[in-house]
Design a protein around this ligand. Structure first.
Ligand code: PLP
Length: 458
């Protein structure tokens, strides 16, 4: 018999998991105004709100922290990180930032102006926020197939090259400062982008003379999918695939809280020295001097180590394998989940789960709340709340999808925890038809409202 895949690590330190009663959870979620971000972590049993910064660091990362060099300028930790970034991504110029959105802030400060268009696949919420905050417009050119829940296409994160070319062709060059492609495509369900697609984007970028950046939070998971699904890459290592991926881009933004398995950190990297110099000025204003940019020396050391661990094939196989394990359990008990399963999360189709709740009553949020009350599991809404209002008309923007995202932290939970989650969701599905109404917004912020929105039951 073939030996099964195992986690390529064992556990050295553990942390308490909090349990609670249904009555307690009903009270806590009401007091939280039905917003998952307002819950305290000790009110949550299994926290699947996000896989961002929630991973478990290794003993090697912790020991690298002890060697952190806290010099203001030219710290050895900076050079450790610079070497790791160059070895893994191939980019020679980089700036550390305190997290991914800070990298976006630095990059967009150097590139964007009012009225610009930024085409790509689905922009991540903070990316969209940074673009719209500058009165520029993100243009989502994701393939149409991405919205089909069950189409088995292996690369549903791809850019539709025809849609992209129409934007590039139909607008003056000065209005398009860059193309941004997110790997994996989180908003479309953690779906990967193929190497062939990246190559196609590169040729369009060359044809129209537009810089091409990768929003790379989950670049290693994307590379794992290329290795497992794209012809010609079966025999290549993750590192080789990653180097090839980045070789087609002019630069990258990185939230290290994802595939670099640290709790805080990010960076922005460039091929072009001139753009790097321009961005450096913004890094100093917003983040810190260019050799630390919002990160401690110890954190840069842990990040350097995390980049190597996060690009190991064995690690990625067990990580993505655990997500798939949860996905299969839910699918087999009849839960409508997005397929193929994403790299970092399982997405439930709330429209099918709760067909009686109209979009205006936020069905995905209703389902998040039901799953919390059932099992103390915290998930995230990816639907009408997250889609925000249109910046011009102020109307609710429908993304057409109402998803509940169960994001799995890296190296944190066991498969037993996944069984618990699958059972809780199944229990919710058994009484789903008794949920009659959704929510109404009591208070919301003008941008990125889902973080702070307050709701009440209708
Ligand atoms: C998390 C994330 C960001 C933002 O990074 P933060 O570290 O949360 O600021 C940007 N893009 C993608 C694709 C992400 O997943």
């Amino acid at each position: 018999m073939q030996l099964p895949f195992i986690e390529p690590y064992k556990i050295k330190m553990v942390e308490q998991v909090y349990t609670s009663t249904r009555d307690q959870r009903e009270k806590w979620i009401r007091e939280s105004r039905y917003n998952m971000f307002n819950l305290r972590s000790d009110q949550v049993t299994i926290d699947l709100l996000t896989d961002s910064g929630t991973g478990a660091m290794s003993d090697r990362q912790w020991s690298a922290m002890m060697m952190g060099d806290e010099s203001y300028a030219g710290a050895s930790s900076f050079y450790n990180l610079k070497n790791a970034v160059e070895e893994i991504t191939g980019f020679r110029f980089f700036l550390p930032t305190h997290q991914g959105r800070a990298a976006e802030n630095v990059l967009f400060s150097a590139l964007l102006k009012e009225g610009d268009l930024v085409p790509g696949n689905s922009h991540f919420d903070t990316t969209k926020g940074h673009i719209e905050f500058r009165k520029a417009v993100p243009v989502d050119c994701t393939v149409d197939i991405a919205s089909d829940f069950e189409d088995p296409d292996p690369f549903k994160g791809n850019v539709d090259l025809g849609k992209l070319e129409r934007i590039l062709e139909g607008n003056p060059r000065e209005k398009i400062p860059c193309i941004i492609v997110t790997i994996t495509n989180n908003t479309a369900g953690g779906q990967p982008v193929s190497m062939a697609n990246i190559r196609g984007i590169r040729s369009l970028a060359d044809k129209y003379g537009i810089p091409f950046f990768l929003d790379s939070a989950r670049f290693a998971e994307n590379a794992w999918f290329i290795k497992s699904r794209e012809k010609g890459y079966e025999g290549k290592s993750i590192r080789e695939i990653v180097l090839e991926l980045f070789s087609y881009a002019d630069g990258m933004t990185m939230s290290s809280k994802k595939d670099a398995i640290v709790n805080m950190g990010g960076f922005v990297a460039f091929r072009d020295e001139e753009l790097f110099r321009k961005a450096s000025a913004y890094n100093i204003v917003y983040e810190g001097f260019i050799t630390y940019g919002g990160m401690s020396g110890r954190d840069m050391n842990a990040l350097a180590q995390g980049l190597y661990e996060g690009t190991s094939f064995e690690y990625l196989s067990s990580r993505i394998g655990q997500v798939e394990y949860l996905g299969k359990k839910m699918r087999d008990s009849g839960i409508p989940v997005l397929q193929p399963f994403g790299g970092h999360a399982i997405f439930i189709d709330a429209k099918r789960f709760l067909p009686q709740i109209p979009d205006e009553e936020f069905p995905a949020q209703v389902l998040c709340v039901e799953i919390y009350i059932e099992g103390g599991i915290r998930s995230a809404e990816i639907g009408t709340l997250m889609a925000d209002r249109d910046p011009v008309t102020r109307e609710n923007r429908s993304s057409g999808r109402e998803l509940v995202r169960l994001a799995i932290p890296r190296r944190v939970y066991t498969d037993n925890h996944m069984d618990y989650v699958a059972t809780a969701v199944r229990n919710v599905s058994e009484h789903a038809s008794s949920v009659r109404r959704g929510f109404r917004i009591v208070r919301e912020a003008p941008i990125l409202r889902h973080f702070t929105v307050e709701l009440e039951r209708l």
